[in-house]
Design a protein around this ligand. Sequence first.
Ligand SMILES: Cc1cc2nc3c(=O)[nH]c(=O)nc-3n(C[C@H](O)[C@H](O)[C@H](O)COP(=O)(O)OP(=O)(O)OC[C@H]3O[C@@H](n4cnc5c(N)ncnc54)[C@H](O)[C@@H]3O)c2cc1C
Length: 472
Amino acid sequence: MLETFTSATNSPYDDAPFRSRLSFDLDVDICVVGAGLAGLTVALEAARLGASVAVLEGRHVGWNASGHQLGTVMPGYSLPIGDLIERVGLDDARELWAMSKEGADYVRAAATEEAMPGIALTEGALEVSNVDVGEMLISRLQTLSEDFETEVEGWQLDRVRDQLGTARYFHGIYYPRAFQIDGRKYIHGLAVLARRAGARIFEDTPVVSIDSSGIRKRIVTPSARLRASHIVLTGNVHLGTPLRRLSETLLPVWRYAAVTEPLGDRLGEILAFKGSVVDSDGIDHFRIVDGDRLMWASPETTWDARPRRFGPVIQRRIATIFPQLGKVPIADVFGGAVGVTVHGMPQIGQLRKGLWVASGFGRQGLNTSAMAGQVIARSILWGEDRWKLFSPFELVWAGGVTGRVAGHLIGLWGRGHSAAAGALARYREGARVRERVREARLAEANRQAGTRPPRRPPGEPRPVRPQPPRSA
Ligand SMILES: Cc1cc2nc3c(=O)[nH]c(=O)nc-3n(C[C@H](O)[C@H](O)[C@H](O)COP(=O)(O)OP(=O)(O)OC[C@H]3O[C@@H](n4cnc5c(N)ncnc54)[C@H](O)[C@@H]3O)c2cc1C
């Protein structure tokens, strides 16, 4: 049973068995800073390839976004595909997209019931449009399937509405190869796999400074020192003092989600689709969990707020999209900070010899962090250089406090714009329906009129009707 209104820091899922703090000096090949999705994937892959690895986590495994996400695994990045092509050209965009698919395949291969009991993998995700843009949908489908070799299906309005039981959405793109897992089990499962592969994970061990100048780099924590040939920074927006200038290239966006109490059979009667649903404006993201609960992410802030504040907001959001459900009881609210870059692509690569970064995965971190972990481990141990494909996406300062205010305003504008565009699209749809009814009525009236004698021209005397014979 889920605890009512838990926050990011006291969720009942945060019971990872890696509690030891680093209290002795250590020498390793690779030191990973941060035990989120990115850090643990780097650690797992590097340990599998034979390196000695230490992961230093300031709080505990999955403390931030990685332990508080919805578990939807889709191809691609936070940056829309059209913008990606515009930025790097079709060939590199295809290669980057293929890497994002490899990331999704990596998660699928790791998230098996044997390796991670209860991971509950289910297939298929649907991206729905708030507005009626049929032509754009066709061109996007072509781009995805022909240029980017991604399995997709276009769903017409009737099918979307039939499956989702709401009139809020128009068309949809169905990704049969996308899937969802229990996101919280996945992060702890990754930690178990990394430890089994030989990586050592230390919790409650914040890295306070690093000296990356020499061949052997030095890492300082409050109670121990480390030396390593490579440091991988995966601290996301919380990295802080070890490299503040790097954290400042990320805009922190706190995203909040809720899980409802069991809603019974009526949920399945309304919402037939069992995969994840995301809207193309990136506002709502939901799916059914545990058979009859809704898990729903939507509100965002650019400051750290208590997740429980957002229970009523999500309740209202659910009632807006599914008025049939009304005000649903909320069992759990959680949230975490995602790192958003100015260009919308993750930060993956080598900052200087032996100093690596994997951060800024935004709202789509499962496939992208898995890919980053694999790419960085192979770059360090096999000398691969695919990370260079990310070089066009430089480290750009995210604007500090001004950036956060701007980010908040842009977020508000985006939501307002999406709501207005959605309302306008639904109004137009209603107007089209009313117009069709009016036309049908007119056609019917004309049809009936066609069976009557033609109309008398103005001024012409009224014809004398033959009188029926008088009855006796
Ligand atoms: C509500 C919500 C729903 C989401 N749903 C999805 C989804 O369905 N699908 C999807 O793909 N993505 C989703 N995401 C996004 C995804 O969760 C993130 O992109 C991803 O978790 C980022 O992982 P990370 O490892 O980069 O960062 P984090 O999870 O932030 O991990 C960084 C870790 O580094 C540690 N750290 C930082 N600094 C230091 C230091 N100096 N010393 C030691 N440790 C340090 C932190 O304590 C933290 O544990 C969601 C996010 C949220 C918030």
